[in-house]
Design a protein around this ligand. Structure first.
Ligand code: F6P
Length: 328
């Protein structure tokens, strides 16, 4: 393949997610396979502005496929939001004879790439890495599957103690804007109710459901709450609300927090990252730019970055129905 692209930079940006390292590895190894150079940029756009670069060869990414976090570190960059910052980034890329970059991150990271591409006509490619699964143009983002497995494993443990004491637990999972983690982990862990940002199921309904489950003889209950759920109450406020209205319940709260972002990626995320990395590099070499790599119907596809940013993922209504039926 004869291409103008001879040197590609890769970096991770925004909140980290399991599978980012596997994606870095894939980009680096694909470059090595196609005999072009690869440069790692540390700390996302911040490193681009500061010129924090390091050449990466096939052996630089040994033993990272199984590691959580990102070896290249991640950051949110204020400097890159300014014209001067982006000019510095461009100068650094030119000085280092870099022809294109691959950014692994979420929609904020893609917005940065799109603006940069518009200003400098610089070839860019995105790989979706976020546990939230909230990027349009891909059924799965890197880290979502691992985060679900982490959440379910922990909620299973909470269930043990909840049922030993006949308690009700409110478990908060990540997702300030979307309920994909809450809904999937909730169904997977057998939650009584799932509260998400996309739909307000109402506090009345929650009380009714809890009354019903007490009556039907359930020994314990787990309610999964996404960070940004629509009831407007956080898990601690929900605890107080239920204690006030249903004093029969002994309520506890557990906030899973950033543990959901860490840990060794699942096999699914490793395979997805490997496939996406190959596609990102190959697409750049084919002269494509300003796309995000995604997966749909188990096929690796490209979506224009602009669409990926502007589009919204939809909550799976069928899963809501399944959850309702399962909590009978
Ligand atoms: O976007 C991923 C995410 O994990 C969200 O679910 C969560 O609300 C947020 O990041 C937390 O961000 P930070 O690590 O900056 O507190």
């Amino acid at each position: 393949m004869i291409s103008k692209i001879k040197k590609i930079a890769v970096f991770t940006s925004g909140g980290d997610s399991p599978g980012m390292n596997a994606a870095i590895r894939s980009v680096v190894r694909t470059c090595a396979y196609l005999q072009i150079e690869c440069i790692g940029v540390y700390r996302g756009y911040e490193g681009l502005v500061e010129g924090d670069f390091k050449p990466l060869g096939a052996r630089s990414v040994n033993n990272i496929i199984n590691k959580g976090g990102t070896i290249l570190k991640s950051a949110r960059s204020d400097a890159f939001r300014t014209k001067e910052g982006r000019k510095r980034a461009y100068d650094n890329l030119v000085t280092n004879t870099i022809d294109a970059f691959v950014v692994i991150g979420g929609d904020g990271s893609f917005t940065g790439a799109m603006i940069f591409n518009k200003e400098y006509n610089f070839p860019v490619m995105g790989i979706p890495g976020t546990i939230d699964n909230d990027i349009f143009g891909t059924t799965y983002t890197l880290g979502f599957d691992t985060a679900l497995n982490t959440a379910v494993e922990v909620i299973d443990k909470i269930r043990d103690t909840a049922s030993s004491h006949n308690r009700l637990f409110f478990v908060e999972v990540m997702g300030r804007d979307v309920g994909h983690i809450a809904l999937n982990a909730g169904v997977g862990a057998g939650a009584e109710e799932i509260l998400i940002p996309e739909e307000n199921l109402g506090l009345e309904r929650l009380l009714e459901s809890l009354k019903r489950s007490k009556k039907s003889g359930k020994s314990s209950s787990i309610v999964i709450v996404a960070e940004g759920d629509k009831t407007g109450k956080n898990v601690f406020e929900l605890k107080e609300y239920v204690e006030e209205h249903l004093p029969i319940y002994d309520v506890r709260v557990s906030v899973l927090g950033h543990m959901q972002r860490g840990g060794s990626p699942s096999c699914f995320d490793r395979v997805l990252a490997s496939r996406m990395g190959v596609k990102a590099v190959e697409a750049l070499l084919e002269g494509k730019s300003n796309f995000m790599v995604g997966i749909q119907d188990n096929k690796i596809i490209l979506t224009p970055i602009e669409q990926a940013i502007k589009g919204h993922t939809k909550i799976d209504k069928e899963l809501i129905r399944v959850s309702d039926i399962m909590s009978t």
